[in-house]
Write a protein that binds this ligand. Sequence first.
Ligand code: CA
Length: 224
Amino acid sequence: MRVLVVEDETKTAEYLQQGLSESGYVVDRASNGVDALHLFNHNTYGLIILDVNLPSIDGWGVLESIRKTSRVRIMMLTGRGRLADKIKGLDAGADDYLVKPFEFPELLARVRSLLRRGDELIESNTLHVADLELDPGRHRAYRGKHRIDLTTKEFALLHLLMSRSGEVLTRSQIISLVWVMNFDCDTNVIDVSIRRLRAKIDDPFDSKLIHTLRGVGYVLEDRS
Ligand code: CA
C-alpha cells in the first residue's frame, strides 16, 4: 500500500513517514500542494494524508482537484479543530479528519479503519423511497423529475438512510457508517449534515421523508 503524506512541517512529515513505513506502508512525501498533485498524477496511492495549511495550493485546493477524478481515501490533517472546518473538509470529499497534535497509534487506527471500509458502503443498485431515487452509478438523486446534486458526504448519508429506510439510525451509527471515524461528542456534524440534506431533498417538496426522533436519531421513510 502506497501512501502520500502532504505536510509542510518537516518534523510532522518525518514522524508520519517513519511511523507509516514501520507499519509496512510505502510512503511518498510532498511539502506543498503543487508537488502533491504532481505526485498524485504520476503514482497510484491507496491513501493520502493531507495537511490543510500548505504553501502554493492549500489542502482544500488539493482535495478539490483530486476529487474531480478520484475517490482515493483522503485523511485531512489540521491544527484547527473547529466544527466548520471539519464539515467543510468532509463535504468536500475528505474521508476522515484528524486534528493535530495526534498520537500516532490513533492515526494508524484511523488509517486501518479507512482502508478496511473501502467502498463497501456504496452499492451500485438504484434505491427508491416514495418519489425519491438515488442512482449511485451517476452519483445523483431525483425527487420525481427534479434532479438533486449531492456532495460526496450527502450522497453517502442519503445512501445509508435510504438503504435502511424505516429503520431509526442513531447519530453514532450514522457517524460510524458514513464518516468512518469517531467524532467523540461532535454529533453536531450529523445534525448539520442532515439539515443540509433536508434542504435539498425535503424542503422544496410537500411530503417530507427524513424524520427526527428527538434524542434518538433519524429515519428516512414515506409517511404520506
Ligand atoms: Ca501545515
